[in-house]
Design a protein around this ligand. Structure first.
Ligand code: DON
Length: 549
């Protein structure tokens, strides 16, 4: 009897057993609707995750695709199982560490970003099949139905679509199949015009009918490989056949009363996040004046991002001291050289060319049984590699740029890396995507965002707002700032710091860089365990939609 009581106490099951509503927060209203439709048809949160992922691949082609990958963090209510589905792209087997270098050993600009050679082997189709078969309740034919409809009948172009297409116009024009799918007569379609994707509808139908083999074998696989090779890429049928989703144990940490559950390698997200929180916990930042608090947050970011470059990569290829990196004692060591009044300079490196991305996508889902999903999906750059193999409708990623093309040379997000993230055949490239759960006796949050290297600091800022008891709208809305060790500067959105804070941070030695544009597109849900209530918020910077019903 006492044993059972103790068990209930440590497992936390004494709280409210289930939410009194279901909720979905995604970056596109049509994707949120697709998820709701599937839950109403008797599906659970995992079926809805299939529906939302597939719909996003149709209506947000600049953010994610069947030709891309992602991480789906899951909690199954029936047994409390928490797992991260790793559907990250892999380097083709013919890839090698110098793939993007010229004869002089210099990185060739654009080669890991535009066109067929930039594409890793997609993981999203395999992940959707895995989700449906192992966690869902409905057949793929049902959970993929909304996406198939959207691909066949079309969705209307909005301002954001036009902006992203403008950004990638030249690259899109160099792939006839991509231009045919996403442009009208080689031009950016006007707002309100419909994007119909009949080839993508057929590919989704194949996935619904044949599961994994619909994509990774047979005629579609042959078309994918032929299209890639004809355009100078290096995929083989064996690459597609060998692709496997991996179930990984999430990274876990604590911040006061809060339990953090986040993405494991090959994402750096969970490790960097937990390191930052561990450093901050040592300083008890709650009671500090704002400028002191910001200073310590910057210093925590600086140190955790430095470790990212030094240690992290694909766990199937690289030994990583994960337990040490996420341990409070290790953070205490990192914190030892933090000065309370002075910025620590990062070791100088060539100036990077970090860009501000608004692509990649996150969604959060909870159903009335308490099953939950936080998923971040990507094709990397807007419209990925901007390349579609003819007759497939599948827009390919340029996730190969997330590898370190050469030690010390920054990628599009200004991130540098070393040996651990060097290109290798079949290897997964290091990511920053950080789908995260935050749990306490009071409730459970599900959150994440796009934003390249800034993803992890955005999730940190949101967790600190949660810890401060701020409402969910504030987690996603707050003006943001970021430091990633290199370049050695604090990037911030308008409104993040008042004039006094700017002056004081500068006098401590911080180099401040105010961004022209806002960044991120966070989608968050919260289940209050005591009342059963579910709340949610979509980042006002994007055009996402949250529904709770
Ligand atoms: O996996 C990663 O870390 C990147 N490919 C994510 C890219 C991203 O978030 C772009 N969005 N702004």
């Amino acid at each position: 009897m006492w044993g059972l009581f103790f068990l209930l106490l440590v497992s936390g099951s004494v709280q409210g057993a289930a939410p009194n509503a279901a909720g979905i927060a995604s970056a596109h209203p049509l994707a949120t609707e697709a998820g709701r439709e599937v839950i109403e048809a008797g599906g659970n949160a995992f079926d809805a995750a299939v529906a939302v992922s597939a719909a996003l691949a149709v209506v947000e082609p600049y953010s994610s695709s069947l030709g891309g990958g992602g991480f789906w963090l899951l909690q199954r209510a029936s047994d409390g199982r928490q797992v991260m589905l790793d559907g990250r792209e892999r380097a083709p087997l013919a890839a090698h560490r110098d793939l993007y270098l010229d004869e002089a050993g210099e990185v060739v600009p654009g080669r890991s970003i535009d066109g067929a050679l930039a594409a890793g082997i997609p993981g999203e189709p395999a992940a959707l099949v895995h989700l449906a078969e192992h966690y869902g309740r409905l057949p793929l034919s049902r959970s993929l139905a909304p996406a198939i409809r959207l691909a066949r009948d079309g969705f209307p172009v909005d301002r954001h679509y036009r902006r992203m297409a403008e950004w990638r116009l030249d690259a899109l024009r160099s792939s006839p199949a991509a231009a045919g799918q996403f442009l009208h007569d080689w031009e950016i379609p006007a707002e309100g015009e419909l994007i119909r994707q009949p080839d993508l509808a057929s590919t989704l139908q194949l996935l619904a009918d044949k599961g994994r083999d619909g994509f990774y074998a047979g005629e579609l696989a042959q078309r994918l490989v032929k299209g890639v090779r004809d355009a100078g890429g290096i995929w083989s049928l064996q690459d597609l056949q060998q692709y496997q989703v991996v179930e990984r144990e999430p990274i876990r940490g604590r911040y006061g009363e809060l339990k953090i559950i986040s993405a494991a390698p090959p994402s750096s997200g969970g490790v960097v996040l937990v390191t930052m929180l561990n450093i901050l916990e040592g300083f008890q930042i709650d009671n500090l004046p704002r400028v002191q608090r910001v200073h310590l947050m910057i210093e925590a970011m600086r140190r955790a991002y430095r470790d990212r470059a030094d240690y992290l990569g694909d766990p199937d290829f690289v030994d990583m001291p994960l337990q040490a990196l996420t341990h409070p004692w290790y953070a205490a060591g990192l914190a030892r050289d933090i000065q309370l009044e002075r910025a620590t300079p990062s070791t100088p490196q060539p100036v990077s060319k970090a860009t501000e991305g608004a692509d990649t996508t996150h969604f959060s889902i909870i159903d009335r049984e308490g099953n939950r999903v936080a998923a971040t999906l990507s094709i990397n750059y807007p419209f990925g590699a901007a390349f579609v193999p003819a007759g497939t409708g599948v827009l390919l990623n340029d996730e190969m740029d997330d590898f370190s093309a050469r030690p010390g040379v920054p990628n599009v997000y200004g991130l540098v890396g070393g040996e651990a993230n060097a290109i290798g055949p079949g290897k997964r490239m290091l990511s920053s995507m950080s789908p995260t759960f935050v749990e306490s006796d009071a409730g459970v949050a599900m959150l994440g965002t796009p934003g390249g290297s800034r993803i992890i600091s955005m999730v940190l800022l949101a967790i600190l707002e949660l810890a401060d008891g701020q409402p969910i709208a504030q987690w996603v809305r707050q003006p943001r700032f970021h430091h990633q060790y290199l370049p050695d500067r604090v990037e911030y959105e308008a409104g993040a710091f008042d004039d006094k804070t700017v002056t004081e941070l500068q006098s401590m030695g911080h180099i401040l860089h105010r961004l022209e544009r806002e960044y991120g597109n966070m989608q968050a849900l919260y289940w209050d365990r005591r009342s059963g209530q579910v709340t949610g918020a979509s980042d006002p910077r994007g055009s996402g939609r949250t529904v709770i019903w």
